[in-house]
Ligand binder design. Structure first.
Ligand code: SF4
Length: 444
C-alpha cells in the first residue's frame, strides 16, 4: 500500500461542553475543526488523549460547575485545555487548576486548535474529508443554532458579557446563509438564530451589502430574516434587543416567512430601574409596541425575561412591573432574582434588596405570570396547531408549536393510535385538547 494512503490511528479528544446556546455553537465549531483535521472525538476520559472543556462564566453557580468540570477532567485524564467564558475571566482557571495545558476565552476555535496542535500534532489522514458538510453539531438533527454575531455594544449594568466577549462582531451575511443552506440540506427543520444582540446584527459593518448566490443581501436583521425564509424551514429569533427596527420583522412573521416568535428581554418596567440597568425604552412605549405587533401579527408569541430585586428596586417599582405583566399579557416569561456578578457595574449601585425580598418578589412575579400563561394557553383548546416532532413513542409524540423554543418553553404531548411512520423533525398538524400554564396536550 502506498504510504500516502496508509491510515494512522488518529488522536482522540474528549470534549465537555457547558454553558448557553452560544457556547454550544463555539463547541460545534471546535468539534467540526477537530474532525476536519482528522482527530477522533471520544465519549470517555479514559479513551481520550486530551480533553477540551468549554466553560461558562456567567453567574457564580456556572463558574463553580465549570471549575468542577475542569477538576474532574484533570483527575480522570490529566491533559486539559480550557476554553469559553470562564477562560476570559482573568486568572481564575490557572489559579484554581495550575496544571491545565492552556486557557482561552470564548469564540476561540483557532487558539484552541493551536493549543491542541502543540500537544497532539495532527496526523496525516487521507480520509479526513469525511466530515459532514454541515459540520458536527451537538443539538438533535432536526434543529440547529445559527450564531450570527459575537459580542455586544450595550453596557447593561448587570451584565459582563461585553467585557468577556468584546464589542459586536457580525459574521458576514453570506457565511451565515451558506451555513443555513448546508444545515437545511442536511435535514435541519428549525434554525434558532442566536447572538448576544440579534437586532444589532450588522451595526459594526455599517450594514454592509454582501453577495449570496449572486444576489445582494445587506448585513442586517430584516434582510437576513428575508433571506433565511427562502430555505422553507422554521426560523426562530432569540435575544432580540428592543430597538425600533424590530417592528420591521413583524410583517415577515405575519406572512409566515419566519416563526411568529419574538424572544425579547425587557428586564423591567420601571423607568427608574431600566435607567439604572442602562436598558432602553419605557413601559408605556413598550406596551404600545406590543399592541402594534399583535395588530400586525395576532399569532405572535412574545417571550421575555425580567430581573427582580435589582439594586434600588422599591415595592412601588416592583408593582409597576407586576402591572406591566397584567397589561402586556406576555406568552412566555422568565424571572431571575438579581445577583451580583463579579465585574458588573451594578455591584456599585446602592439600595441592595435583601435576599428574602428578592425571592418573595420572584415568587409573586411567577405566580402572576403562571395565571396569565395558563389563560393564554387555554385559548388554544379546540384549535389546530402545527408542531415539530422532537420524540416519537408508540402511543405519544412529543413536539413543540411555533410558540415553544427547545429547552426553554413548553411541549405539546400528542396522543396517537398508530405510529404512522412519524419521524423526529416532521412538522404536522394536531388538535389541541388541553393545556396548563406551560404545556399543551393534543390529538392527531
Ligand atoms: S444587551 Fe445583553 S449581552 Fe449586551 S450588555 Fe445587555 S444584557 Fe449583556
Amino acid at each position: 500500500m502506498n504510504s500516502s494512503t496508509t491510515k494512522q490511528t488518529p488522536h482522540r479528544i474528549g470534549f465537555v461542553s457547558l454553558g448557553c446556546p452560544k457556547a454550544t455553537v463555539d463547541s460545534e465549531h471546535i468539534l467540526t475543526q477537530l474532525r476536519a483535521e482528522g482527530y477522533d472525538i471520544v465519549p470517555s476520559y479514559e479513551d481520550a488523549d486530551l480533553v477540551v472543556v468549554n466553560t461558562c462564566g456567567f453567574i457564580d453557580a456556572a463558574i463553580e460547575e465549570s471549575l468542577e468540570a475542569i477538576g474532574e477532567a484533570l483527575d480522570e485524564n490529566g491533559k486539559v485545555i480550557v476554553t469559553g467564558c470562564l477562560g476570559a475571566k482573568g486568572d481564575i482557571v490557572k489559579q484554581t487548576h495550575p496544571n491545565v495545558l492552556a486557557v482561552t476565552g470564548p469564540h476561540a476555535t483557532d487558539e484552541v486548535m493551536s493549543a491542541i496542535h502543540q500537544y497532539l500534532p495532527a496526523k496525516h489522514d487521507p480520509f479526513i474529508d469525511l466530515v459532514p458538510p454541515q459540520g458536527v453539531r451537538l443539538t438533535p438533527r432536526h434543529y440547529a443554532y445559527l450564531k450570527i454575531s459575537e459580542g455586544c455594544n450595550h453596557r447593561c449594568t448587570f451584565c459582563i458579557i461585553p467585557s468577556l466577549r468584546g464589542d459586536l462582531v457580525s459574521r458576514p451575511v453570506n457565511d451565515v446563509l451558506v451555513e443555513a443552506e448546508r444545515l437545511a440540506a442536511a435535514g435541519v427543520k428549525e434554525l434558532l438564530v442566536v447572538s448576544q444582540d440579534t437586532s444589532a446584527y450588522g451595526v459594526d459593518v455599517k450594514y454592509k451589502t454582501e453577495f449570496y448566490n449572486g444576489m445582494p443581501v445587506k448585513t442586517r436583521m430584516t434582510e437576513l430574516c428575508q433571506a433565511l425564509s427562502q430555505f422553507g424551514i422554521w426560523v426562530r429569533l432569540h435575544y432580540v434587543y428592543p430597538y425600533p427596527h424590530v417592528n420591521e420583522i413583524i410583517p415577515l412573521m405575519a406572512e409566515g416567512k419566519i416563526l411568529p416568535y419574538l424572544d425579547i428581554p425587557f428586564q423591567h418596567a420601571s423607568a427608574k430601574i431600566l435607567k439604572a440597568m442602562k436598558r432602553p425604552a419605557c413601559s408605556e412605549n413598550t406596551l404600545q409596541r406590543i399592541n402594534q405587533w399583535r395588530e400586525i401579527c395576532p399569532d405572535i408569541t412574545i417571550r421575555s425575561t425580567f430581573i427582580a430585586g435589582f439594586p434600588g428596586e422599591t415595592e412601588e417599582d416592583f408593582e409597576q412591573l407586576l402591572n406591566f405583566l397584567d397589561a402586556a399579557q406576555l406568552d412566555r416569561v422568565g424571572c431571575f432574582a438579581y445577583s451580583d456578578v463579579d465585574g458588573a457595574k451594578a455591584n456599585e449601585l446602592t439600595g441592595a434588596v435583601p435576599e428574602e425580598v428578592k425571592q418573595e418578589r420572584v415568587a409573586r412575579f411567577m405566580e402572576k405570570q403562571a395565571g396569565i400563561s395558563a389563560n393564554k394557553l387555554k385559548k388554544n383548546i379546540g384549535k389546530i396547531r402545527e408542531i415539530i416532532i422532537d420524540k416519537v413513542g408508540n402511543e405519544q409524540l412529543i413536539g413543540r408549536s411555533s410558540s415553544d423554543a427547545p429547552d426553554i418553553d413548553g411541549l405539546v404531548y400528542v396522543k396517537i393510535t398508530n405510529n404512522n411512520n412519524y419521524q423526529v423533525g416532521d412538522i404536522i398538524q394536531v388538535k389541541i385538547t388541553d393545556t396548563d400554564e406551560y404545556d399543551m396536550w393534543a390529538t392527531k
